[in-house]
Design a protein around this ligand. Structure first.
Ligand SMILES: [Zn+2]
Length: 381
């Protein structure tokens, strides 16, 4: 009898020690850069993506996929699970040095000087894959992080935009409504030591609202990518109010935009153009020209040359790799020849990265399940 008890105790201790031991190898790797564009997180050797509302990791080496939670037999509904922590905001985390990082926004109301005011803050949280514990890296008051509008990790620095709750006020000065759109600041948090840097307002939101009052209800800001030492931040908004009549007639309002760049060396934010920014990477800044939300233009940032790109109807469903635009509906547009060709038997999806000599295609099968394919480099030229 005693022997059995000992055996049970040993098994218990053993399973407690290893109950948090399952690690995806990719979580242990360090990346030089990671771009979290909300649809997926592009890393050096893999990606994080959603499938049926659960976050997964794919390793581009062996194309193995695994759910991002590393607790064996987890229901993903308990408070010690990373997926539970991500559920409410639907954000994807980034991975750095054996841990996942994600934001937690708090937005509520508070009474200030007898008036109804906004009470905003956000935290950057960390989940350590080695001991399965959560901790807070940094907390910032008066802002919410834009968790679904693009974030960029460069080395140890995580860059992201924020909002100030986009408040409207009644005649007495009380906040009467709030939303996650509108203007805000560019921030950076150093993941090693939690240092927070506020680089200030990306653009003058108050002036823009004066010029186009409808921007209050339609503006969003998005970190669109990086070329050399510049981060590209796009804003887009409607110049006219969307009316009930337009909605009934199924009319799609036109969106206009501006592109602003952040210099990673000088830390200066500069307005680049008045276009509706799309993806910017590998030497090309792409955008919808003013008054057109269908076909994109591509600017070669080295030569300044402007090239007519393909029609792209899904916003930001594209990448630019090897002088080619890999875009929605599994197509590849060759910038040099102007040819636009289908690259996969799947109908939905796009190439999201290049790994060694292959392009990584992320698509969807007929049942809506996320699939990946490796496309050899030579078949798409
Ligand atoms: Zn879980």
């Amino acid at each position: 009898m005693k022997k059995i008890v000992t055996l049970i105790c040993t098994t218990l201790i053993f399973s407690m020690l290893y109950s948090c031991g399952q690690k995806s190898e990719i979580a242990q790797e360090n990346n030089t850069e990671e771009f979290n564009n909300w649809y997926y997180v592009r890393m050096d050797n893999g990606a994080i993506y959603r499938d049926k509302d659960l976050p997964y990791v794919i390793d581009f080496d062996n194309m193995n996929t695994s759910v991002i939670c590393n607790i064996p037999n987890c229901s993903h509904s308990t408070n010690n699970c990373l997926i539970t922590a991500l559920k409410s905001s639907e954000q994807l985390p980034i991975i750095y040095n054996g841990a996942a990082y994600f934001f937690e926004n708090k937005n509520g109301y508070i009474e200030k000087d007898g008036k109804n005011a906004l009470d905003l803050s956000f935290k950057l949280r960390k989940y350590n894959f080695n001991n399965c514990e959560f901790s807070d890296v940094a907390e910032v008051k008066d802002f919410n992080a834009n968790v679904d509008d693009g974030c960029y990790l460069i080395g140890t620095n995580y860059y992201f935009t924020t909002n100030i709750g986009n408040p409207t006020y009644d005649e007495l000065g009380n906040v009467s409504s709030s939303s996650t759109s509108g203007g805000g600041n560019l921030f950076c948090i150093n993941l090693e030591n939690g240092t927070v840097t506020d680089y200030g307002e990306v653009f003058d939101y108050e002036s823009l609202k004066k010029q186009y009052p409808s921007a209050q209800n339609s503006l969003s800001m998005y970190l669109m990518g990086k070329i050399d030492n510049q981060l590209y931040i796009g804003i887009n908004f409607m110049k006219k109010e969307l009316t009930h009549e337009m909605m009934q007639n199924g009319e799609t309002p036109l969106f206009y935009g501006e592109t602003h760049t952040f210099d990673l060396n000088t830390h200066k934010i500069t307005k680049l153009d008045d276009e509706f920014s799309m993806c910017s990477m590998n030497g090309y800044h792409s955008y919808y020209p003013s008054g057109n939300n269908t076909s994109i233009m591509l600017q070669n940032v080295t030569t300044g040359e402007i090239i007519q790109g393909p029609d792209i109807l899904s916003w930001n469903a594209m990448t630019i790799i090897d002088d080619k635009v890999w875009h929605d509906d599994a197509k590849c547009f060759d910038i040099k020849t102007g040819k636009d060709e289908k690259i996969s038997s799947y109908n939905y999806g796009q190439v999201i990265a290049k790994y060694n000599d292959t392009y990584i295609f992320m698509g969807e099968d007929d049942k809506g399940k996320t699939i990946f394919e490796k496309i050899p480099q030579n078949t798409s030229s």
